[in-house]
Design a protein around this ligand. Structure first.
Ligand SMILES: [Zn+2]
Length: 455
């Protein structure tokens, strides 16, 4: 009978039978000890149970409010949720009283590396005078503000000249280095020569731009590959710029990319299993974006009914970002860009028609265009309701609908078993007073509490 080949010597305690079966390196007792230690650690975590109670709950699935609300959180996941859930023994119970519990909020359009961009000077100062480390530090503060306001997930739609710093911020959050919402990032974004600021400086001066400039189909495809290779979850394009009124009073713009360039970007991103978000304000930019097959239209100030219907048919979602427009328009008009004074009324009309026609509207704020320390993100809920969404639709736009639009529906967006334990609460009932969304009083992300003042 063939003998087993020689093995590494077993430790002294090891029984002979086990020694014969021991692997070439390591020993069974030490492996067993490690396994027992791991099991013990897992058991400790498994017993880490928190029960959150509140007067009511919007779970992101049901059209009805669930009352009362009991959510059992085990470790980083939701174990059970409903009106009549038994509280497990030894659970830590948090009773929020007359509050409404809902899934962690999702903001699908932010710029954590931008700290207010009302005027050209605001923008250029950050690009030219602030180092990337300083901008990263300011961004980490923005992430803290967002989390305290109830946002447990955000899609960041470009770094405004801060290169790939958003990938570092995302990793820092995921690795527990800094607190913040989980991030989907789009790195540098894409526009064409002359399509994005800073602008207006002497042609002799070489200076950084707020985006990656690409011209032509080949450069566009290469940039998509570069950005994805460096960590982009989404590709962001600027499809138009320079807004103006046509003689008939409709809003128009100058398209940046040719249709061929935009199609190449979308094709390359989709080929690499990534999606494309398109900044598109008026007819030419929106038309090119729809024809190219982008996945989301950002801002969309003036979209025709026919374009809205094609967006719906193609499954392109609409991220209106009303709060940013309302906030920056007066300042931009005051510095001489007078068209900005006319833009909010176009936008409000478009959001109303989009809601009526059943286009998927996803909550987004463009935070960063306004100062993060102005704490305006949750005001977007009020604008969505002003423009025709029900309070329930506005909350869904920031929870279950946003999660599905961003491909995160298996992890977040609803309060149900096996989802990550991302929970927020507001005082009272936001369905009767949507401004309650501006007073988030409890925040949990992956089972850990991040309520303002608690971290
Ligand atoms: Zn933006």
């Amino acid at each position: 009978m063939e003998r087993a080949r020689p093995r590494a010597p077993a430790s002294r305690e090891e029984p002979a039978a086990e020694a014969a079966a021991a692997p070439p390196c390591g020993s069974i007792p030490s492996m067993r000890k490690l396994l027992l230690l791991l099991l013990a650690t897992a058991a400790l975590h498994a017993e880490d149970v928190t029960v959150v109670r509140a007067a009511r709950m919007i779970d992101g699935r049901s059209d009805n409010v669930i009352a009362p609300a009991v959510v059992v959180v085990r470790g980083d996941r939701i174990e059970s949720a409903g009106p009549n859930i038994a509280v497990p023994a030894n659970a830590k119970v948090i009773d929020l009283g007359d509050a409404t519990l809902m899934p962690g909020l999702i903001d699908a359009h932010v710029h954590v590396l931008l700290q207010g961009d009302v005027t050209t000077e605001d923008y250029d100062k950050q690009i030219f005078r602030e180092s990337l480390p300083y901008r990263a530090l300011r961004a980490s503060r923005a992430l803290r503000f967002a989390l305290q306001a109830g946002f447990t997930t955000m899609r960041d739609l470009e770094t405004e000249g801060a290169m790939y710093t958003d990938v570092d911020l995302k990793n820092a959050v995921n690795n527990g280095v800094i607190p913040g919402p989980r991030l989907l990032v789009s790195t540098r974004a894409l526009s064409v020569t002359g399509g994005y600021g800073p602008a207006g400086y002497s042609p002799e001066i070489v200076y950084p731009h707020g985006v990656q400039i690409v011209d032509g189909v080949d450069e566009a495809r290469k940039a998509v590959r570069e950005q994805i290779a460096n960590g982009a979850d989404w590709i962001k394009v600027y499809a138009d710029r320079s807004y103006f009124l046509l003689p008939d009073g409709t809003l128009s713009s100058i398209p940046t990319f040719t249709r061929e360039e935009l199609k190449a970007i979308v094709d390359e991103a989709h080929r690499l299993r990534h999606k494309v978000a398109s900044h598109a304000m008026a007819f030419p930019g929106i038309e090119n974006s729809i024809v190219a097959g982008v996945d989301s239209i950002e801002h969309g100030l003036s979209i025709t009914d026919e374009q809205l219907d094609r967006m719906k048919a193609q499954g392109i979602f609409y991220c209106p970002t009303t709060i940013a427009l309302e906030h920056v328009a007066p300042g931009r008009a005051a510095e001489g860009r007078t068209i900005w004074a006319a833009l909010p009324k176009f936008h409000s009309d478009t959001v109303r028609r989009a809601a009526r026609r059943g286009v998927t509207i996803v909550f987004g704020t463009d935070a960063g265009a306004f100062e993060w320390d102005a704490h305006l993100q949750t005001k977007e809920f009020g604008y969505l309701v002003r423009d025709g969404l029900t309070p329930m639709q506005a909350i869904r736009a920031a929870t279950s609908i946003a999660a599905a639009a961003l491909g995160l529906e298996d992890k977040v967006g609803t309060i149900e078993p096996k989802k990550l334990a991302d929970l927020v609460a507001v005082p009272g009932n936001p369905l009767t007073d949507i401004t309650a969304m501006e007073k988030v009083s409890f925040v949990m992300k992956e089972g850990k509490i991040f309520t303002a003042g608690s971290f």
